[in-house]
Design a protein around this ligand. Structure first.
Ligand code: SF4
Length: 330
């Protein structure tokens, strides 16, 4: 949160192929829910959804390429999880539209559905955007769309997020929702009844965490809240900057990251390289490694390097930077 709020540092956070796939899957689920004029027959309907996928993925690729310029992301078909995400994403609106037509044929009253609902509570400062809120005469459901390929039961963090949406709905309408649910990429839902006391406890927990964070910031001790672990730091783009991370990183975490001193660097016809004396992972600090295919030549003033998401783990004698390896030189 602190890194993301700093205008000088937030640009280290860039979209990934995973985040773009998630955004595209999300967009298509909501477009399909909102559109009422799509074809009824399965074949033209599928063709319409596929065209929608192609448009959204082209937009996503453009965003990704702009954020990583001058690095060139691979074409979408080569992204990890592309085909599976596409298959599941196309299946979800087909299922939704088929179910909707069955409901319309039976003339049963359908639920009111709001998507991307902005919610705010001025008392606590809590805010958020719920993916979907469904309402019928006497009950409300909050649904969060998850597009990750490995989504199973809601994680603790996902459950907490839904509890906080429930608080926001209660603060905005005066009524507690009766159910919270996660919907996976195939359109399957895992629903949980809402326990208002659990929602209040979640609010208390985040309020205390925000107070603690602000206390540390006001004291000028910005690193004291960091709690690096192999799991929590794995996808954090700010590890390239985060001193507590480098202090604790060991090779047992199996992250493909390193921090060290540049011993030698150069630009050859086969690309830019740097020989590095490793400082972190800390258990490899007696080793040197050659990093190939660096995106830029280290300036003569740069003596140190941090690189995250290299092509391999750094317990070898050489490794390679990928198109999305973040490299910091100073
Ligand atoms: S690297 Fe880990 S400790 Fe540092 S900011 Fe990221 S998540 Fe927090």
């Amino acid at each position: 949160v602190a890194f993301r709020q700093d205008p000088l540092l937030r640009s280290w956070r860039r979209p990934s192929t995973y985040s773009v796939l998630g955004e595209v899957a999300h967009a298509i689920a909501e477009i399909a829910r909102a559109r009422r004029d799509w074809p009824q027959d399965p074949d033209p309907l599928r063709a319409r959804i596929e065209a929608c996928w192609d448009e959204e993925i082209t937009r996503g690729f453009t965003r990704l390429a702009a954020a990583w310029n001058p690095a060139q992301p691979p074409p979408p078909e080569e992204w990890p999880g592309y085909q599976l995400t596409r298959a599941r994403t196309l299946r979800r609106p087909l299922k939704l539209l088929t179910e909707r037509r069955a409901v319309e044929r039976k003339q049963t009253p359908s639920r009111d559905v709001e998507v991307e609902v902005e919610l705010h509570d001025s008392t606590t400062g809590l805010f958020g955007r719920a993916d979907r809120i469904e309402q019928d005469r006497d009950s409300t459901r909050i649904i969060d769309l998850k597009t990750g390929l490995s989504q199973g039961d809601p994680t603790e963090a996902q459950h907490r997020q839904l509890l906080l949406y429930a608080v926001l709905v209660q603060r905005n309408t005066g009524t507690w929702p009766h159910e919270i649910a996660i919907e996976n990429a195939s359109g399957q839902q895992t629903a949980l009844p809402l326990d208002p006391s659990a929602a209040i406890a979640a609010l208390d927990e985040v309020t205390r965490a925000v107070d603690l964070y602000n206390t540390h910031l006001n004291a000028g001790a910005e690193h004291t809240t960091a709690n690096p672990t192999a799991e929590s730091c794995r996808w954090c783009p700010f590890r390239v900057l985060c001193q507590p991370y480098w202090t604790l990183l060991t090779s047992s975490w199996r992250h493909q990251d390193l921090l060290g001193t540049i011993v030698e660097s150069g630009d050859t016809p086969r690309g830019v390289y740097a020989h590095v004396q490793i400082e972190s992972p800390t258990d490899l600090s007696d080793r040197r490694i050659n990093i190939k295919a660096l995106p830029t030549t280290p300036p003569s003033s740069a003596h140190r390097i941090a690189a995250v998401d290299l092509a391999t783990h750094v317990d070898a004698t050489d490794t390679t930077a990928r198109w999305n390896t973040l490299v910091r030189l100073w």
